[in-house]
Design a protein. Sequence first.
Length: 462
Amino acid sequence: MTGFDLAQLLAERGAERYDLHTRHLNHQLPRMLHTIGFDKVYERGEGAYFWDRDGRDYLDMLAGFGVMGLGRHHPVVRQALHDVLDAGLPDLTRFDCQPLPGLLAEKLLTYAPHLDRVFFGNSGTEAVETAVKFARYATGRPRILYCTHAFHGLTTGSLSVNGEDGFREGFAPLLPDTAIDMGDLDALERELSKGDVAGFIVEPIQGKGVHPTPPGFLPAAQQLLRRHKALLIADEVQTGLGRTGDFFAYQHEDGVEPDLVCVAKALSGGYVPVGATLGKDWIFKKVYSSMDRVLVHSASFGSNAQAMAAGLAVLSVMEDEQTVAHARHTGDLLRERLAALVDTYELLHDVRGRGLMIGIEFGKPRSLVLRGRWTMLQAARKGLFAQLVVAPLLQRHRILTQVSGDHLEVIKLIPPLIIGEREVDRFVEAFTAVMDDAHNGGGLMWDFGRTLVKAHLGRAAV
């Protein structure tokens, strides 16, 4: 029998996964995974768990950087994809109007009733690119403001509003956009007063470091933007769809109504890439001002039937299972239990966030021995201690987490929104054990720190 057999291909070549990546893809990824002890072989995933080839379970507290809002392989989303494939729809003809994009747009807009229209693309960075283009065209102005330490994507337009130099370095020239410190209303007003600002893009909670906008900042920023006829753009790619205990994170503060909202990640159900930019009617009508401009902004795979079906299924599940309220309740429980440990462990400095987007920050300890070890790591590379916590969480307790950004002593928890008290108990117990080890001189943990220092600096000994 001839033909393509996926199961046979995986059975025959699946064991080559790390070698294939080394030879044909980003060769630094397998190198990095090996260095930090993350070079696992996962065989399957379901809900909030993975299983390795030995049948051991791993708790996923990363959710594919927020993509797996409903966990892996939710049966309703999976069935929706089977159904849309079986339907044999005449997809992507480009010259008709299929029902699924209209239905998903209609449903999404019920969660942002002050907005009117949706553009569907394929990713979060594409949603940001759309918002940047639309803001510039609608206002006739060139400049977008963004926050220091922001992350909005890595394509050229979104990279121009990326607040981290490490991502920007070597890719100039970028678009002429300007960073301000998050919460600095005076800086925002100074830039707006120059008269060339199209809009201000902001994450209601910054992914890097897990920093919520200061209370009152978004309403005040919105007022300033409206006074200067510029647009407020909310990047909800990671924070949207219930992650923070509200459907959109900007809804945490009353009266905030962005002109454009970017979503992606969890809308996919973890299956088909999708991005969406929600906006006001007048903005869309300016961009698409005539039949001659009907394709002035489009995406080849935007609005494809599989992505639209996945998005509709995700929103249906979220309503049926009350996912937003569940994320708020579980997030509050997890954050409170972790915050209670701050007074116990001198290396643990802060626990913050909203819903199931939580940052755990470490800092310089008081005691002499711990301070010496901390200083050793900091001198080598800031952020190594957080990696010392992440590694044993995986190696000893089979819990997948990661640091929230380069050179940061912060772990970000963004688990599937479906986790419950059992998963909270498992994480808190494991985290407590790791912190006990760190504070009681845990040799294996600090020895691993020396290994990381050597890997980063190439030193023979530390």
